[in-house]
Design a protein around this ligand. Sequence first.
Ligand SMILES: [Fe+2]
Length: 387
Amino acid sequence: MTNRADMTLTSSGFFTSQEAPITTDNPVATPSSPPPDVLRCAYMELVVTDLAASRVFYVDVLGLYVTEEDDEAIYLRSTEEFIHHNLVLRKGPVAAVAAFSYRVRTPEDLDLAVAFYTELGCDVRRNPSGFVKGIGDSVRVVDPLGFPYEFFHQTDHVERMSWRYDLHIPGELVRLDHFNQVTPDVPRAVKYMQDLGFRVTEDIQDDAGTVYAAWMRRKPTVHDTAMTGGDGPRMHHVCFATHEKHNILAICDKLGALRRSDAIERGPGRHGVSNAFYLYLRDPDGHRVEVYTQDYYTGDPDNPVITWDVHDNQRRDWWGNPVVPSWYTDASLVLDLDGNPQPVVARTDSSEMAVTIGADGFSYTRPADEEAMPEWKQGEYKLGHQL
Ligand SMILES: [Fe+2]
């Protein structure tokens, strides 16, 4: 439970503490087996219903590099990547996520993954020749939250395209940055991910201790994945990084020029959480893709954990721009290991949209001003009071 007396209120308006201020009364059991040593989020396998349409979006518009492709799947990577791929687009009947895949430090970490998830009673499958091209020995599980997680170490190395300026475009996507998952019970998810070796960097809470979202990392950035409170398990977005803000603006200009501005769902803007500059797009199946740049280093063991008040109107957008309702409500289905969509369970804790947008919600820019604000300025007034 949140105790803000134990946190430090910063001059930027959020709180910091040393340990993640999140506890759960509904924990996933902690396995006695140690977790695999996860290096980073490595790739996502997305099922798409029209491979040609998705190829136009990810290759022709966003400029990801094709490592390999056939009639069934396209293997894509970002500029700086040296492993086989960061995204697999696989043709299928239902748009969904087949795998959130993490790279582990050594081949032996796969034995640890098997032991860890077997102890949790999960569906665990190991394929010594990999589940997709370019990836060797792999373990796939349906994790305790219902997500299809994959772990691998061996992968084919491919050319890093950083020096190929002749091929770069103004909106160059240089790295896979993170996943974002929707799950009903965020504290339960956080505790399980901590057991898997992840550390919380930021979260959003209210002063009663309800947790609306949490960001967690293995690599020394703000996150490898985030848990967003909502009906789940579902995939909220997959995110690629650019080097600079202007690369994100160039993507917006290009989408406008192509008369594809309807692919832009939210942004561009500056996040409060993570401090990153962002843009959210929707692919031809509605899968959400974020483009993101300039978050911060988090690798020290005493990296401060940041807590945002859910009513702080600058938490999701530092400029106070509203979050569109679809961003809160829409997300992609995820599949079990046989390719069937996982059932979606409703969130029972309060929803962030309900407490911040519309007649019942309120938000502040300066907390002390709330009482004195005219009605038209209360709430996320740029959108909320129009709903
Ligand atoms: Fe994100």
